[in-house]
Design a protein around this ligand. Structure first.
Ligand code: URA
Length: 414
């Protein structure tokens, strides 16, 4: 076998065998196949597609490069395909634990305009996300939940493949996204995986047809690896909740865990937890403080301190000289507006500012008077503020006629 024949075979639209895919991934992992060859293969796979069988072989090959976590009890993992203002994991993980489930979540950092759970957790002073797998397991066993960053020990080659996809225009392919997500989730060893598949301007999937297609791939392939897979498809045309930006999102998540969060965030948290258990119990746990208590136990166990969570930033109040109903609050552009403030990265090595971000005062369907505040911008640099405002202006449009509120949940697979 040689790598060039495998690239040509895929370039010409043929189906690769298990042996060919394993050979290609193994050799790439050993650095015998170069980045440019993997990039060519990824582009061929992006254009020609991969069958579900090929994706299963691709996942198995990725899993062979690392270890798979083993648990003495059944654990649950929750994964979002990525969005803006999406702090749902900070709520759902302790909420599930407060209802008696064991939740072990391996999370990532922000990607492009989307935020990442690890960056959010690291906005909490002292919170450690890179603890050992041994300690991770102990915390899950003792408290019921823990969230840590993806480790090199699990699927090391996936990170290298993802980095190449990020810079070769090969991210938004359903087979490649399904392989990337499922390989990481399967390596985490959870028996049950709940997916929150996002759809809209701020998501990888821009329309509902693609979101449904990705969901069916995640379910079918996840099942073939012996996983129980649940899923919710939810809206990402506008940000989730009001806060976008790491510390601001932690604060909003805590409010939600205390039963005082934005309606959409609470509704989605309950719907996601409802794929496994009673929605009434989930709502109760947010109201009676149980979910918040679990969150504080997890924060304590991972060295964090939430007594003093105040964003250190100046605040700019954004308004426009026009009145009407909000018709567009483009999640992608808002995500970019928050990234330019310093909440996200452009290069891997960029450091992020946990204090900056945006707090929306209005959502799609709300009426704004001329000059009324639509959102607040938390910033630490005048230049970045200027760039952010330019993006925000493009993100918002008003309509004189009444505008319907957007649906939040499109489909539930429980
Ligand atoms: N999230 C991932 O982990 N991988 C993808 O390919 C896309 C989103």
């Amino acid at each position: 076998m040689n790598p060039i024949d495998i690239i040509i075979k895929k370039r010409d639209g043929n189906v690769l065998s298990k042996e060919e895919i394993e050979f290609f991934i193994d050799r790439f992992y050993k650095k015998e196949i170069r980045d440019y060859q993997m990039s060519a293969w990824l582009m061929a796979s992006f254009i020609r597609g991969l069958s579900k069988e090929e994706v299963k072989h691709f996942i198995s090959a990725i899993l062979r490069t690392g270890k798979i976590l083993e648990w003495d009890f059944q654990v649950i993992d929750k994964h979002s395909t990525g969005g803006v203002g999406d702090k749902l994991s900070l709520i759902v993980v302790p909420l599930l634990a407060s209802l008696g489930f064991k939740v072990a979540k391996l999370s990532g950092r922000g990607l492009g305009h989307t935020g990442g759970t690890i960056d959010k957790l690291e906005a909490i002073p002292g919170f450690k996300t890179n603890i050992s797998l041994k300690k991770f397991k102990k915390i899950v066993e003792r408290i019921g939940c823990s969230i840590i960053s993806q480790t090199e020990e699990l699927v090391p080659v996936e990170k290298d493949i993802y980095s190449l996809r990020d810079v070769t225009g090969t991210v938004d392919s359903i087979p490649l996204i399904a392989s990337s997500i499922l390989s990481k989730k399967i390596a985490g060893g959870a028996k049950t995986i709940i997916f929150d598949v996002k759809v809209g301007s701020g998501a990888f999937m821009k329309d509902i047809k693609d979101a449904k297609e990705l969901t069916s791939w995640l379910i079918e392939i996840g099942n073939s690896f012996g996983k129980e897979v649940k899923a919710v498809i939810s809206d990402m045309e506008q940000p989730l909740g009001f806060a976008v930006g790491n510390l601001l999102e932690v604060i909003e998540a805590i409010e939600t865990l205390k039963g005082k969060g934005p309606r959409d965030l609470e509704e989605l948290a309950i719907e996601v937890v409802g794929t496994l258990t009673s929605k009434d119990l989930a709502g109760e746990s947010l109201k009676n403080g149980d979910a918040f208590k679990k969150f504080t136990e997890m924060v304590d166990a991972q060295g964090g301190n939430i007594t003093e969570l105040t964003p250190l930033a100046s605040v700019y109040k954004f308004s426009i000289q026009e009145s009407g109903y909000i018709e567009r609050l483009d999640a992608y552009l808002i995500g970019e507006a928050v990234r330019v403030l310093g909440a996200g990265r452009y290069k891997k090595e960029d450091t992020i500012d946990p204090n900056v971000g945006i707090v929306l005062k209005k959502k799609i369907g709300d009426f704004v008077e001329t000059g009324e505040i639509i959102l607040e911008i938390y910033y630490n640099s005048e230049n970045k503020l200027k760039d952010s405002i330019e993006l925000i202006k493009k993100a918002i449009s008003l309509n004189k006629n009444e505008v319907k509120r957007r649906p939040l949940i499109y489909s539930v697979y429980s």
